[in-house]
Design a protein around this ligand. Structure first.
Ligand code: UD1
Length: 421
């Protein structure tokens, strides 16, 4: 199994180009299931999650080719199994968002229940309630959800909780329903807006994406699309923290600044200089970081996907920070590992008190989920001595060649494949 070894203490300097957003891309891949026509997705990051979604599309009967530019021909799905098997859904929860498009386009599908994951229970009740409101008949048996509907019909639906995947799933389903749908209390994340942009290119009639009410007038069929994925706000945020904590000076080329207001506000509060330039965001770390209080919230609030990384910044700050997680109930898996590196963090329920000031020290640590792994890499960049991170396959789900890109900025970081460099 691969591991990453970092010798901390280097200031990061230079430029890094931000790749396409994983969470936007995965849903755009799903959207191809709404049509029979060929689709092209450009600017895709080379990540294992994207490859898993491509494999699922192929399993469903799509012909796929390419990676940075992916061509999907969904013509063969009609004869396919219309089923997302457990093996695929368990490695990537976003697989459940094939449900809406398959049901809307083909009138039936069978999708494995995802179960919990490291960061919490993560139910899909809102996805199912929303589809039921559009007329789906749902049965759950042997760990699978069976969905059927002759033709979905437009309806009003109010989400009980703000869910990104749920909003995207129901929005896709409603594009091919008969009549108009009104979705309330929807997620406002940029990934919802990005998906709506693609659906509109396909001929869908959608208004309100980016706000908390979305209206969709169903159409009879949708066409293919050609779309370049928006850059990743979380990847950009992670590199921004890397620059901030190493007292670095890094230009994040193509950073989607408009989607990063909450992260930038917290970095600035910590004393980090964030300068919007013509081609991206320049981040300059101060000699001394100030403590910060952060509470994760649905967009436009502070993203839960940046919480672990921000905790490393708090650990480097002089003083006490408070970090509160309100989206997922178990998203402090990185805390014990950061503590093994010398961080002083105490968890009380869904809040963590971080007493910064001390220098982190390198240690052998283990990645537990995607963003937790990113936080360990960040900690390794500033720690005294050698940090060894195992189970880096979590990292490969969401960051393309992070070690090469950090090395290009001056970090002393290497990947060992099964023990060899
Ligand atoms: C998406 C992102 C993930 C990010 C998360 C929060 C993708 C592929 N993944 O995940 O990286 O961390 O948003 O920004 O885009 N919930 C329910 N019932 C449901 C669905 C969700 O109770 O049917 C709850 C969840 O347990 C959680 C909250 O709603 O507490 C948010 O989950 P959700 O927005 O659905 O996360 P994902 O879409 O899975």
């Amino acid at each position: 199994m691969d591991k990453i070894v970092i010798h901390g203490g280097q200031r990061l300097r230079g430029e890094v180009t931000i790749h396409g957003a994983k969470n936007a891309a995965l849903l755009i891949q799903c959207a191809a299931l709404l049509t029979e026509r060929p689709c092209v997705i450009r600017h895709l990051p080379r990540l294992s999650d994207i490859a898993t979604m491509s494999a699922l599309l192929a399993h469903l009967g799509c012909a796929t080719s390419g990676d940075r530019t992916l061509k999907i021909d969904p013509g063969g799905v009609r004869e396919g199994p219309l089923e997302a098997p457990y093996e695929m859904v368990k490695t990537m929860r976003a697989s459940v968002t094939v449900m809406g498009p398959l049901l809307a386009r083909h009138g039936r599908c069978r999708v494995s229940l995802p179960g919990g994951c490291a960061i919490g229970a993560r139910p899909i009740d809102q996805h199912l309630k929303g589809l039921e409101a559009l007329g789906a008949k749902i049965t759950i048996k042997h760990g699978y959800v069976d969905l059927k509907a002759r033709r979905l019909r437009g309806a009003a639906f109010m989400f009980d909780t703000v869910t990104v995947g749920g909003t995207q799933n129901i929005m896709m389903a409603a594009t091919l329903a008969k009549g108009t749908s009104r979705l309330e209390n929807v997620a406002r994340e940029p990934e919802v807006e990005e998906l709506a942009r693609v659906l509109v290119k396909m001929g869908a009639k959608i208004s309100g994406a980016g706000g908390s009410v979305i209206e969709i007038e169903g159409v009879d069929e949708l066409s293919g699309f050609d779309h370049a994925v928006v850059p990743d706000r979380i990847e950009a945020g992670t590199f921004a923290v890397a620059a901030a904590i190493t007292r670095g000076d890094v230009l994040l080329l193509d950073a989607p600044v408009d989607h990063m207001h909450a992260t930038i506000a917290k970095l600035e509060e910590a004393g980090v200089e964030c300068r919007v330039e013509a081609d991206g965001l320049r981040v300059v770390g101060p000699e001394r970081l100030d403590p910060i209080d952060v509470t994760t919230r649905p967009y436009p609030g502070f993203a839960t996907d940046m919480q672990a990384q921000m905790m490393v910044l708090a650990a480097c700050a002089s003083g006490q920070s408070l970090i509160t997680e309100t989206i997922f109930e178990n998203r402090f898996m990185h805390v014990p590992e950061l503590c093994r590196m010398g961080a002083d963090v105490t968890v009380h329920g869904n809040s963590a008190v971080v007493r910064g000031g001390g220098r982190l020290s390198g240690a052998e640590v283990m990645a537990t989920d995607l963003r937790a792994s990113a936080s360990l890499v960040l900690a390794g960049l500033v720690a005294n001595g050698k940090t060894e991170i195992r189970r880096v396959y979590h990292l490969d789900r969401g960051y393309e060649q992070i070690e090469k890109r950090l090395r290009a900025l001056g970090a002393n970081i290497r990947r060992f494949h099964g023990g060899k460099a």
